[in-house]
Design a protein around this ligand. Structure first.
Ligand SMILES: [Zn+2]
Length: 150
C-alpha cells in the first residue's frame, strides 16, 4: 500500500502540491485531502494499490484534495461528484474488494466555518494560516468519522 504521510517534510511537500493543484489554500481543500488520505490508508491509492474509485457527495474545494490524495481524478474518470451537500466520501478498491465510507466531523466543519468567518470579516492572515495548519496536523479522529470500512 502507498505509504502514509508521517513526517513533517512529507506533509509540507504534500500540501504544497495541493496548493499548486488547487490554486489557493483553503479549509475545504485541506479537509478533502484529509478525507482522501484517511481513505488511502484504508483502501489504497488509485494506480499504486489497485483500481480505486471515489464518490463525493458535495461539490466543493474538497474534491481537489481528494483527487490529490487518492489519485481518483476527473481525468481517469475515477471520481464522481454528486452535489447533495453532504461531506461524505466513499472510496472503493475494486482490485482488492475494499471499501471505506468517511465523513467530516462537526469539529472539522466548525473549524472550516471559523476560517470562513475570519475571511469574510477581513481576516487575520496569521490566524487563518494557523487554522489551515491545524487542519493539516490534527489527529484523524478529530476531523474524520469512519462510517464503515471493510
Ligand atoms: Zn478552495
Amino acid at each position: 500500500m502507498t505509504a502514509p504521510i508521517t513526517t513533517p517534510s512529507e506533509r509540507e511537500e504534500f500540501y504544497a502540491l495541493l496548493k499548486r493543484f488547487h490554486g489557493h489554500r483553503c479549509p475545504m481543500s485541506v479537509l478533502g485531502a484529509r478525507l482522501g488520505l484517511a481513505a488511502r490508508e484504508r483502501v489504497g491509492r488509485h494506480g499504486e494499490d489497485g483500481d480505486v474509485a471515489a464518490v463525493y457527495y458535495h461539490r466543493t474545494c474538497a474534491v481537489d484534495g481528494i483527487q490529490v490524495a487518492l489519485g481518483t481524478t476527473s481525468g481517469n474518470t475515477n471520481i464522481e461528484v454528486r452535489p447533495e451537500g453532504i461531506h461524505r466520501l466513499e472510496a472503493i478498491n475494486k482490485t482488492r474488494r475494499m471499501q471505506a465510507v468517511l465523513s467530516l466531523t462537526d469539529e472539522a466543519l466548525r473549524r472550516g466555518k471559523e476560517y470562513g468567518d475570519l475571511r469574510r470579516s477581513g481576516g487575520d492572515p496569521e490566524k487563518m494560516e494557523a487554522i489551515l495548519k491545524g487542519l493539516e496536523e490534527a489527529p484523524e479522529a478529530e476531523l474524520i468519522k469512519v462510517e464503515s470500512f471493510y
